[in-house]
Design a protein around this ligand. Structure first.
Ligand SMILES: Cc1cc2nc3c(=O)[nH]c(=O)nc-3n(C[C@H](O)[C@H](O)[C@H](O)COP(=O)(O)OP(=O)(O)OC[C@H]3O[C@@H](n4cnc5c(N)ncnc54)[C@H](O)[C@@H]3O)c2cc1C
Length: 597
């Protein structure tokens, strides 16, 4: 098993690409100063490599099992989860008033990358708990918070997100689960949910389900949905665990990847109804759930980054070991390591560059969420919150697309050894496939970006983002260094393509909605190329500055070379995407008509 947590690279990205450097200057991240971030990530890496990584293959082979109505996770997982929570990792960004450490989302997102890279199926469990903590912290009553948050924050209890029903997937308006009010203020929940991640398991003492359901007087559609907290074990007045609630996992899905993560079909209220308690206002459940989902969307984006990172490390290792053919210019008669072949180098550098661009975008999103809570000025908090809203669909969809592409390239670098299971490259490709589907499919993310996020504050959030990219371009133009190659020109072209695409979207959003929706996914990709490319360029500028003041860390020259590679080989796709967006819709509709779709 190959994975070494790339702590120096993550720190560089946090500091020079995501905005931690400005955050330090603004006094927002005192809690990460004096080497604290580095020490934390180093320790996370140690635990991930020694505790979680060895359990990854076991999880894939053994999978979760349903035995006598109870879900059993793979061998060694409950003990690993206990060690992980006892070391305090579930508390990292949890609210201080409920036992959390209150550290930045930026740091926790980087930790999530590390857990997930070592073992994606395992890391999914705390990822959902973190989202539920956020929903409960923002929308829950003081009583519910006091009863549930301390143990969710500690991780001794875990949480789930119960949205999906057979007839209600991307579109939750068809949701049928019912909630009937009781005289004591609680509710009885009746209904079935499918695909519920960690809906049951043996790693925690209790499982807290956040369930979307309809009240008897609920209006039709998504505006009639409420959110309920439904625990596996009911609590006594003192918070002690009591009787089992009327809910159960009736089957587990057999699926492509993340075999260790139980994907449960759940039934609520087979007898007299599962006891639940309302979170937030009646009929406003979707808004509450969105608090959880936005948080979870960033973290699913981190899953894409994590698997891309691990696939890249694995491919690099294989390419150094495997010998085939003779590389150009090779003097000896012996076969070359495949890493010496230019086409393999192109694949490996594509993997690396895409991974680093996706990481930069996700960490930028995390920084915006932190700023939306930490900025002392209300106007700056609002701006940061809008930026987080704009970047969240990008972080989720771009990064998980990258996770899939990079994992697939990883199999290619391995040749036939990648397609069979022994190397682990195939498992990474299977595991990461789901990340583009759950937490809102990537198509739904693209629609969210163009329909809801582009118009934020009359388009100001996107204008600010473009202005930020232009600041990087202006700095690039002032650099006179061969190492930067055509980076300023190519990134300038990519940003100009994005600007024209934004103008097109804004001009046609009311009059040509069908065309806009046909171009939504290419638009998200174009945004990712321009934003990812300029983020890497910002890192390259910092590396150049540090080198010119005497720093000699080889990482610095590598960051410049990598940003240049991205600009000259990947961001060049921007002009084609611009055409897809501004001219491609007509042929989408014509071809769909021709094929009678
Ligand atoms: C392993 C796994 C774990 C999961 N975990 C959870 C969980 O913990 N909790 C939970 O509630 N759910 C969970 N899900 C469900 C998951 O979130 C849904 O599968 C996902 O939201 C997509 O819904 P769907 O499967 O019904 O697909 P559909 O909604 O049927 O979508 C199929 C395709 O149509 C597209 N599409 C749908 N509507 C539109 C539209 N309006 N415009 C354009 N394109 C559209 C989609 O993008 C997609 O490509 C999980 C699923 C899996 C497989």
């Amino acid at each position: 098993m190959i994975y070494h947590a790339p702590v120096a690279e993550i720190l560089f990205s946090m500091l020079h690409e995501a905005g931690l450097d400005h955050g330090f200057e603004d006094g927002l991240y005192a809690d990460l100063a004096d080497g604290f971030a580095e020490a934390t990530l180093t320790e996370a890496g140690r635990l991930a490599e020694h505790l979680l990584l060895p359990l990854d293959r076991i999880g894939d082979r053994e999978g979760a099992r349903l035995i006598g109505g109870e879900v059993r996770t793979p061998e060694g997982w409950p003990s690993a989860y206990a060690q992980w929570t006892q070391a305090g990792w579930n508390r990292v960004s949890g609210p201080i008033e409920h036992g959390g450490f209150g550290l930045p989302i930026l740091l926790n997102a980087a930790c999530i990358e590390i857990w997930t890279a070592a073992n994606m199926a395992f890391g999914l469990c705390p990822l959902l708990t973190i989202g539920a903590i956020e929903a409960l912290r923002v929308h829950g009553s003081a009583d519910l918070q006091a009863l549930y948050l301390p143990r969710l924050v500690a991780g001794t209890w875990t949480a789930t997100m119960n949205l999906t029903e057979p007839q209600a997937g991307s579109d939750l308006s068809g949701l049928k689960t019912r909630a009937v009010p009781e005289a004591d203020g609680s509710y009885r929940i009746f209904g079935s949910k499918i695909f519920i991640t960690f809906g049951d398991h043996d790693m925690a003492e209790n499982i807290v389900h956040l369930v979307l359901a309809r009240l008897p007087d609920a209006p039709e559609g998504t505006r009639g949905i409420s959110l309920f907290l439904v625990p596996k074990f009911l609590l006594g007045d003192d918070g002690s665990l009591g009787a089992r609630n009327d809910l159960s996992c009736i089957s587990l899905e057999h699926k492509l990847g993340i075999h260790g993560s139980p994907t449960c079909a759940m039934v609520f209220g087979e007898k007299d109804g599962a006891r639940g308690w309302l979170i937030g206002e009646p009929h406003r459940g979707l808004a509450c759930m969105f608090t959880m989902m936005n948080n979870a969307r960033l973290n699913v984006g981190m899953q894409g980054v994590a698997i891309a990172e691990r696939a890249t490390q694995l491919a690099l290792y294989h390419a150094r070991e495997r010998r085939q053919g003779r590389a150009p210019g090779e003097k000896s008669d012996a076969m070359s390591e495949i890493i010496r072949h230019p086409d393999v180098q192109r694949m490996l550098m594509t993997m690396k560059a895409l991974t680093l661009a996706a990481r930069a975008i996700c960490l930028m999103t995390a920084d915006s969420i932190d700023r939306s809570q930490r900025e002392p000025d209300a106007e700056r908090r609002k701006k940061a919150s809008e930026r987080a809203g704009l970047l969240t669909p990008l972080a989720k969809a771009f990064s998980t697309d990258i996770g899939n592409e990079v994992a697939s390239l990883g199999v290619q670098v391995h040749g036939g050894m990648g397609y069979i299971e022994d190397t682990g490259a195939a498992q990474l490709m299977r595991d990461v496939r789901i990340a583009a589907i759950y937490e809102g499919t990537n198509g739904i993310q693209a629609m969210d970006l163009v329909l809801r996020k582009l118009p934020l504050s009359g388009g100001e959030a996107m204008r600010d983002e473009l202005a930020d990219m232009r600041v990087v371009l202006a700095a690039l133009e002032s650099i006179n260094s061969e190492a930067f190659g055509a980076m300023p020109v190519r990134l300038g072209e990519a940003v100009a393509s994005l600007e024209r695409a934004v103008d097109f979207m804004r001009a046609n959003i009311e009059t040509r909605p069908k065309d806009i929706l046909a171009g939504a996914s290419p638009f998200l990709r174009l945004f990712g190329l321009a934003r990812g490319g300029t983020a890497l360029a910002r890192g390259a500028l910092s590396a150049h500055r540090l080198m010119s003041t005497g720093a000699s860390d080889p990482l610095l020259a590598a960051r410049i070379a990598l940003a240049r590679f991205f600009a000259e080989n990947i961001a060049t796709g921007a002009s084609g995407l611009e055409r897809n967006i501004t001219e491609g819709a007509g042929s989408v509709h014509a071809a769909a008509d021709a094929f009678a779709l």
